[in-house]
Ligand binder design. Sequence first.
Ligand code: NAD
Ligand code: MG
Length: 382
Amino acid sequence: MKTIAILGSTGSIGTQTLDVVRANGDIQVCAVSAGSNIRMLESQIREFHPKLAAVWEESYARELKDRVADTPTKIVWGMDGLLELAAMPESEILVTAIVGMIGIQPTIAAIKAGKDIALANKETLVTAGHLIMPLAEKYKVRILPVDSEHSAIFQCLHGEESKTIEKLLITASGGPFRGRTREELKSVTVEDALKHPNWSMGSKITIDSATMVNKGLEVMEARWLFGVDLDQIQVVVQPKSIIHSMVEFQDGAVMAQLGTPDMKLPIQYALYYPQRRFLAGDRLDFSALTQIEFANPDQETFRGLPMAIEAAKAGGSMPTVFNAANERAVALFLARKIHFLDIYDIIAGAMEQHKVVQAPDLAKILEVEAGTYEWIESRWHF
Ligand code: NAD
Ligand code: MG
């Protein structure tokens, strides 16, 4: 019996993690958590009997406490609550299914408490990879990727030595606007951007896929996870999301992981690694599959990818600025306060005004995050 705690159990990755738990029947969930969806949290508490549940806001936590007063589950809130959840003595793996940089501190707390991390929360590695990876090594914990591309690479690297990697080939669907011009993107709506062709995901990552910021974040995530240089990472557009990513080795061999798009596979692989288990679902049908298409990403229209690479090259605190500006811009777009293309302008403006601080510590990262939000508020009038 394995025991896991879930940061963000009511979201897309969180609920699919619980699907995997339900299907396998041999994982104990010791903690669940959410921002505000206490109705779903209540039903998760009644089904999985966790010892702890964390909610972001105190008022919601009080309401949840009343609702589940007949259960022994302890209710906590705020950052202290997330930190308590991350370091719970009974948990072996922390699933970071929370969205945004808010995941950094609980991830650090979990590593220091010796927990393996099933990492979906890419924003943490993008902004604090230089702190997280050495810390994981120091505390001898594993960072198990949940992001489908990184899981694919992780699967391709099974039994291989990382020094034999020539190149990582990260695949991208190109999102809902692939093939469109900049002019055509001027008037796209939130509804248009939320229609991802292959994956059903949380709203922030779905917008990130439409801007290609997501692929940029994934390049930065890959660099930390697999210890490669930026110029060893290539993004390849493969519109149907059948090839989840590939590794080219020094002898020219290319290994790929293929499958129908289903996040339960990478989630289950991370939870049981190195064991592979049965997973119900559709299989690829090679008798019906006539072709797999490839293209280069359109970096002029979808500036998310080149801007991320520029941030990664500048290093230090610049990925934090890139990420924080994107988080704020996506929230403004989802609130219908800015246009789709403004997302790029906000990120570019925030990066332009920032003076890089090399090797920022956690306090500096959080200060740069807050400073980026302040800069956006002061320059953009919504
Ligand atoms: P989502 O929006 O569906 O879910 C986010 C979860 O975090 C929810 O449970 C929400 O309640 C919780 N949360 C948000 N703010 C919180 C707060 N302040 N305190 C406590 N909990 C809070 O997001 P998602 O699509 O599941 O994505 C989660 C992470 O996984 C993101 O970093 C995303 O980039 C990454 N990811 C997602 C997918 C996917 O298929 N959805 C794929 C790869 C990577
Ligand atoms: Mg991905």
